[in-house]
Design a protein around this ligand. Structure first.
Ligand code: 13P
Ligand code: ZN
Length: 271
């Protein structure tokens, strides 16, 4: 398999093994480079005659682009056993209103969250000046648990995640966006996720999961993994029932970012 497919498969397998992606839970997409597209075209062969499928949404900014995507209802656990049945490569047409499956996705369409993924790619492509290519959605247990006992506010989640583990701020110095519960796969979820992605690279979906973006598989997966680890420490601290004697101060968070040349989102700090 071409390296980019192997890398995509690895993210899916890691997500399953770490408990982030039970059954068909979660999904992922990747905006391919021209070079990767050429390699995949040569090595996998593209079916240019497959039908164009009209979408409910228009993504002019992605016209002509190629994506790897997980299939609707496909199990992350099975991706490494059957990449061609679990994933696919699709191209968006020149109008930005339809897609065509060029490889894979046997007997399946793209993930039910495809609208969210494509609209998110539009937002992040612009916000990151073309850097962000990966969108990854997962169902991480501690973060989901947090959404039952925490105010659903960007400030609250950002500070809780930053303060529960020293290096969490390094992967989300801008903070984390939080959405109330919305129907999975809905246009509302797509629209509101995109709004948050204008400012953040990670969005919490209350009682459902997390949606992250990144420039590479390592970057996006590392962001998701770190947020969930920090959330699990936060939940352990709360579950201990003990009084918190000390934690990471705002000044310390700023110092971590200063050392790395990162800009912490000061609006989210409470002084
Ligand atoms: P899909 O199987 O359609 O990708 O859906 C999984 C999911 O987690 C929806 O939020
Ligand atoms: Zn989901």
């Amino acid at each position: 398999m071409p390296k980019v497919i192997d890398d995509f498969v690895r993210m899916c397998s890691d997500g399953y093994r770490l408990g982030f992606n039970e059954a068909n839970g979660g999904n992922a997409s990747y905006r391919m480079t021209e070079e990767e597209t050429d390699i995949c075209k040569n090595e996998l062969g593209f079916d240019r005659k497959s039908p164009l499928v009209k979408m409910n949404t228009e993504v002019k900014a992605l016209a002509g682009e190629y994506f790897i995507t997980t299939g609707a209802g496909r199990l992350m656990r099975n991706v490494e056993l059957d990449p061609e049945g679990s994933l696919g490569i699709v191209q968006i047409d020149e109008a930005g209103s339809s897609y065509r499956i060029l490889w894979g996705l046997k007997d399946a369409g793209p993930t039910s969250e495809f609208e969210t993924h494509l609209l998110s790619h539009c937002v992040r492509k612009e916000a990151s000046h073309g850097q962000d290519r990966v969108m990854y959605h997962l169902h991480p247990e501690s973060l989901i648990a947090m959404t039952y006992i925490s105010p659903l506010e960007d400030e609250f989640f950002s500070r809780a995640i930053w303060r529960s583990m020293t290096e969490a701020v390094m992967v989300i110095p801008e903070g984390i966006g939080v959405l109330k519960w919305l129907v999975p796969g809905s246009s509302d979820l797509a629209r509101m996720t995109c709004k948050k992605l204008e400012d953040y690279r990670a969005v919490v979906w209350a009682h459902h999961g997390l949606f992250v973006t990144g420039s590479s598989f390592d970057d996006a997966f590392g962001r998701a993994h770190t947020i969930e680890k920090s959330a699990s420490i936060y939940m352990k601290i709360l579950s201990s029932g003990r009084e918190i004697l000390q934690d990471i101060s705002d000044d310390s968070l700023k110092k971590i970012c200063d050392k790395l040349g990162l800009k912490i989102n000061e609006e989210l700090l409470n002084g």
